[in-house]
Design a protein around this ligand. Structure first.
Ligand code: DGJ
Length: 723
């Protein structure tokens, strides 16, 4: 996969539709050469050249497309690496020293083949700083992973002040449009697009988790010309679940550059002699087929390479979660009654949410005390679990292991375990403090209580929540000047704890949650099988959240519950079908008080769940095509459409939603891409027809969506070759 050409000074990573090249300049700098569609001939890849002219008040360094720029000399754009030395020097000048191909650089730890990882080694010999710049092109998804490893080869400890994953120089002479995801609690992953100016764009989290506010992803398209299915798009996604930063800016000479990695805000990291620091992975995707093309590359990559191997290829079960039905008022009898109804409807997994442990009657107490509440479950969880299993359901449980309420036995025993500044009151959020997972003893506590819980009870599924952000980032068992390591040590501690728990209990499915989608990134998905995407379960709002989520993350990770209209977040009145259809585009769940559903609602729900089971293989494993955005377009105003096509293109499912009649617009005609052009497909769910993939893509089908919140599922199955 990796070909080295031109006297070992230029490296080309090439696959069927993506190529990435970089090389070493005469002055020994590692420079960008090319990223895009593969070129016809090897000699087409441009040599690595420093910026040819000097720009007054700037310099060659910050204008040259360095792959891993360190802060040195006239360098005022965002660097990848800043280092402080004990003598006060803060200057690193790295030069190329060698390269090597090795195996198994895969993010999941599994090897895809020999010599699939390219390391280019840079060094500042005077200062003993070695930098490994890594590249790994994944043949199946065509996603390129980039990361770096910094080693202190000197004799004195040094301090890393900034250590990013990678820098990417975009093709020259274009202005770019940026697409990014921002939001807030209940409104995560909203898609935004705007042309970049000459200002500096920063997407970031300083909150200790990935954040509801921004997701570590963006896409850049030259000239703002790409559509969902056409045009060149460059996209990046960062695999880190703590503070992160993506900076996009123009160099003084006008070239657009992107730098991404761990946030340098309130960060530093001491590197004793001989130690190394490895950055999180940055995923890079290129597509000549628009935003949909890069999203599908990320989906394939996450599904095939990132998600935990144990459950990677399993279809996700239909779940019922009791949170919106009960909040904290859980009890043995009521949970069993809910489970019975959930089983009748066709659910496959029953999840008891918050409130089952300690003295947890509301959000003011109990976090940290992970024993079963004896008033709510006098006989322990055993009877509920047995009843649930006898109904043919799997059993799941909610936990929030990183947290503690001051009103808890754990806090009274270990007040020193929370993040805090000595002698100052810690900030509470949702009445809880955050445990210092940077401490090995806290990690051990989390691992051992989870191990006990999972060993003592037959639990198939864990929903791991995190309902606040980090404040007062200190309390490590390290000297004062190293307290800024907290942000990264928390993430490392979390990863380590979950890894260890998973190793001990490999059959358990893990769902990631942080008050909805506050901690979603390609890093967390290495350890969690699926994600609770938002606490906002309004079916129409969800279309926006899900459109944003799908830019990066695949449908088999996107859990979506059907809840009632007028629920806790003030949802609008939307028919049951629409609510189901909105949730059926990912991993279907039910989160309502189903005991209050009428017979008619139960009958409809059971039939929709049965239909989901018929289509979920295509939804969860298929290639996704976003056809009409909920943000709307003039012609099909108010219509949203998304399709999933099986990888063998034998079948497809189209979901379409309309909010209501608008300006007497006609019923929308939806074009369905992704099917085999010359195959014939039978259409079910719209006017019965047999149409070719070509006709479906170029002509489309008219959908009978008329009333307020009408929605439809249309299924396509290959009949024969048109031949
Ligand atoms: C926040 C989650 O997003 C909800 O689904 C629920 O689990 C609550 N926490 C429980 O406290």
């Amino acid at each position: 996969m990796v070909r080295t050409i031109v006297d070992d000074r230029l490296w080309v990573l090439e696959s069927t539709d993506v190529a990435y090249a970089c090389g070493v300049s005469d002055s020994g700098d590692l420079l960008h050469s090319y990223f895009g569609a593969p070129l016809a001939f090897e000699r087409d890849y441009p040599p690595a050249l420093s910026f040819p002219i000097s720009v007054p008040f700037s310099g060659v360094a910050e204008n040259s497309p360095e792959e891993y720029p360190s802060w040195s000399g006239a360098m005022y754009t965002e660097p990848c690496l800043r280092v402080s030395f004990p003598d006060g020097t803060r200057d690193v000048r790295t030069r190329y020293v060698g390269s090597q191909l090795s195996s198994g650089g895969n993010d999941s730890g599994t090897s895809e083949g020999d010599n699939d990882t390219l390391e280019i080694r840079l060094e500042d010999g005077d200062r003993g700083i070695r930098v490994g710049v890594f590249y790994h092109l994944h043949p199946e998804s065509r996603v390129i992973e980039r990361w770096a490893k910094i080693t202190n080869a000197g004799g004195m400890p040094v301090r890393l002040d900034q250590v990013m994953s990678a820098s990417l120089a975009l093709p020259e002479s274009y202005s770019y449009r940026i697409s990014y995801l921002s939001g807030r609690w209940g409104a995560e992953t909203q898609l935004h697009r705007r042309m970049l100016g000459t200002d500096v764009t920063v997407l970031e989290s300083r909150r200790g988790h990935t954040s509801h506010e921004f997701n570590p992803w963006c896409a850049l398209d030259p000239g703002g010309k790409a559509t969902e299915e056409s045009g060149e798009v460059y996209a990046v996604g960062l695999a880190h679940s703590g503070n992160w930063k993506i900076v996009v800016q123009q160099t003084p000479a006008g070239r657009t550059r992107l730098v991404a990695g761990i946030h340098d805000f309130d960060f530093n990291w001491e590197l004793p002699p001989g130690d190394s620091f490895e950055t999180p992975r940055l995923l890079l995707a290129f597509s000549g087929e628009g935003f949909g093309g890069t999203s599908r590359a990320f989906h394939r990559h996450i599904r095939k390479t990132v998600l935990p191997e144990q459950h990677r290829d399993e279809l996700r079960p239909v779940l019922y979660n009791s949170w919106e039905a009960t909040t904290f008022n859980v009890s043995e009898d009521h949970q069993i009654r809910l489970a019975k109804r959930a089983a009748e409807l066709g659910a496959e997994l029953f999840v008891v949410d918050d409130g089952w442990f300690g003295k947890r009657n509301d959000d003011t107490a109990g976090l940290g005390d992970w024993y079963v509440n004896p008033e709510k479950f006098p006989r322990g969880l055993g009877p509920v679990i047995s009843a649930v299993r006898e109904m043919g359901l799997r059993f799941g449980l909610w936990v929030e292991p990183e947290m503690v309420n001051p009103d808890s036995e754990l806090y009274r025993k270990h007040p020193e375990w929370i993040y805090h500044f000595a002698g100052r009151a810690p900030t509470l959020m949702r009445n809880q403090a955050i445990l210092n997972l940077g401490r090995p003893d806290v990690q051990e506590f989390v691992i051992s209580f989870m191990d006990r819980l999972l060993a003592e009870n037959r639990i198939d599924f864990i929903k791991w929540d995190m309902n606040r952000t980090i404040t007062e980032p200190a309390g490590l068992d390290l000297p004062a000047e190293r307290q800024r390591e907290v942000w990264v040590r928390h993430v490392q501690g979390l990863y380590r704890a979950v890894e260890e728990i998973r190793r001990k209990h490999p059959d358990v499915i893990f769902e990631d949650c942080s008050g909805g989608g506050g901690r979603v990134d390609p890093g967390i998905l290495r350890l969690f099988d699926q994600v609770w995407v938002s606490d906002n379960t309004d079916a129409y709002d969800r279309l926006f959240i899900q459109e944003g989520y799908s830019q990066v993350y695949p449908a088999n990770t996107m859990v979506s519950w059907v809840t009632s209209t007028g629920g806790p977040l003030g949802q609008r009145q939307v028919p049951l079908e629409y609510r189901f259809h909105s949730s059926m585009t990912g991993v279907l769940g039910i989160g309502d008080d189903i005991l209050s559903w009428s017979d008619e609602e139960c009958r409809k729900a059971a039939s929709l769940i049965a239909e989901y089971k018929e289509i979920r293989t295509v939804v969860q494993r298929g290639e996704q095509y976003r056809i009409l955005s909920p943000a709307g377009g003039a012609v099909a105003a108010g219509t949203t459409a998304v399709a999933y096509v099986s990888p063998d293109r034998e079948e497809a499912v189209l979901f379409a939603y309309r909010n209501g009649p608008h300006f007497r617009n006609p019923m929308p005609v939806i074009r369905v891409p992704g099917l085999a052009a010359e195959a014939l497909y039978t259409v079910k769910g719209a006017e019965p027809a047999t149409l070719s993939g070509d006709a479906l893509r170029r002509v489309g089908i008219r959908l009978n969506l008329i009333r307020d919140y009408d929605s439809l599922i249309v299924r396509f199955r290959r009949a024969q070759h048109a031949g």
